[in-house]
Design a protein around this ligand. Structure first.
Ligand SMILES: C[S@@+](CC[C@H](N)C(=O)[O-])C[C@H]1O[C@@H](n2cnc3c(N)ncnc32)[C@H](O)[C@@H]1O
Length: 413
């Protein structure tokens, strides 16, 4: 299977599967939290408003058929999220103190998708002048989007990109870099299984287009002997490539499986802010059963790193799929205190630096990390000066007691 193409030009709506509905739920939940969290930090002055632009770069036609029922696509998930976030904020702050100014730009290169989307949006209550629908290739619209945001909010506007491409090659690394440089966030789909399965000499131009050098592309192709092990190695290269070339400080690549075909794609979240990463992690834990990552619990989320490094034995560590469920949470919590103690044993770190260092390697939420620190303190594996778990501050130094080195060495052997 390659990525299934939706068609909004026929007599019936395209059919949608559970995994895509799950993706919409994640996008919607994330947006609700994003707006509520960022609003709290930026309650607008009287007569001003909270400005946000959401770009749905591969918007589709807006509606699908799900077992005989019409359901909304990503643009409707966005509209619902804005409405729900507004209701939450009004309950919290009062109607007079809530002024959202959210523009939504939907882009799709397919004219049938755009026609259907326009019809669908005309039937919603959202102010139509706040939704733009552009029938273009996403990549060509970036300069216009940047202009729009500058004009709207003097370059300081918040913006979030949802880039739900079919495959893996419609969003360039240079575009991700431009977006991240705007201080924006990205939710990107990347059809990793399709890509690796169909990798061949013919993929060289695609790899080049993705920003891989000739030598890296040759290395990827040389790795490709269609074993599980080679998949793990290629996934790791891709994962690091996206993180490095987008310049995003925080990066989470999680896998969503199609329930019918069992093919998976990554839902990648890219941002510059720890809080944003944490909010997304909370959403993943909420939708636990549908999202997965390989590797280990705790700080070993991408532990197939060691498989990659170990070319001699070529052992594969990528053996288990972790869902974001209670079992995975318990396994992470069982190993995190000692793993953190190992990190700070080498060098004591302020809490914010510890978070920066570990958060791309762990599925743990901020709350889980704090609980692990506290358990480490109670087990005397860690030294933290605070007396209460929820009072740990970013500047607090986390260190391990000197004698802990010996117990680690013993456990290791
Ligand atoms: C996976 S579907 C999008 C589904 C939609 N985001 C949703 O969740 O309801 C991908 C869409 O991207 C459009 N598309 C493909 N390549 C594109 C490009 N380069 N620029 C803009 N749209 C593109 C296709 O026409 C298709 O409607």
């Amino acid at each position: 299977m390659t990525s299934k193409k939706y068609d909004w030009g026929g007599d019936s709506l395209p059919q949608i599967e559970n995994h895509s509905l799950c993706k919409h739920k994640i996008i919607k939940d994330y947006l609700i939290k994003y707006i509520c969290v960022r609003y709290r930090g930026n309650i607008p002055y009287p007569n001003s408003s909270f400005k946000l632009t959401i770009i749905d770069g591969f918007a589709g036609g807006g509606q699908y058929d799900y077992h005989g029922t019409t359901v909304g696509g990503s643009p409707l998930a966005i509209l619902e999220a804005v409405k729900e976030a507004e209701a939450i904020l009004i309950t919290k702050h009062g109607k007079d103190r809530v002024r959202l100014d959210v523009d939504i730009i939907c882009i799709d290169k397919n004219k049938y998708a755009v026609k259907h989307l326009n019809n669908t949006l005309d039937q919603t209550e959202y102010p139509r002048e706040k939704i733009r629908v552009w029938n273009q290739e996403f990549g060509n619209t970036l300069p216009e989007i940047i202009q729009f945001i500058k004009y709207k909010s003097n370059s300081r506007g918040k913006c979030l990109f949802i880039l739900d491409q079919y495959g893996y090659s419609d969003v360039l690394m240079s575009q991700l870099r431009t977006i991240i440089a705007m201080n924006a966030e990205v939710i990107l789909t990347f059809a990793i299984d399709t890509f690796i399965t169909f990798l061949s000499e013919k993929s060289k131009p695609v790899l080049k287009n993705m920003g891989f050098s000739d030598s890296k592309a040759t290395r990827i192709l040389a790795l490709n002997n269609h074993t599980e092990n080679c998949r793990a190695k290629i996934e790791l290269i891709f994962s690091e490539h996206i993180k490095q070339h987008s310049n995003a400080k925080f990066y989470t690549p999680f896998l969503i499986h199609s329930d019918k075909s069992n093919w998976g794609y990554w839902l990648v979240h890219l941002s510059k802010h720890y809080k944003a990463r944490d909010v997304m992690m909370d959403v993943h834990w909420k939708h636990g059963n549908k999202i997965a990552h390989y590797g280990g619990p705790g700080l070993d989320m991408l532990s197939y790193k060691s498989a990659f490094d170990n070319d001699y034995t070529d052992q594969i560590v990528l053996s288990k799929e972790y869902r974001f469920d209670e079992i995975a949470k318990a396994e992470s919590m069982a190993v995190l205190p000692e793993q953190i103690a190992r990190v700070v044993h080498k060098c004591p770190l302020p809490f914010h630096e510890l978070k920066d260092q570990i958060s791309n390697n762990t599925p743990a939420s901020d709350e889980m990390i704090r609980s692990a620190l506290w358990e480490g303190k109670e087990n005397k594996e860690l030294i933290i000066s605070r007396q209460k778990k929820d009072r740990i501050k970013d500047t607090d130094i986390i260190k391990s007691p000197p004698q802990s080195f010996f117990s680690f060495s013993r456990n290791k052997g």
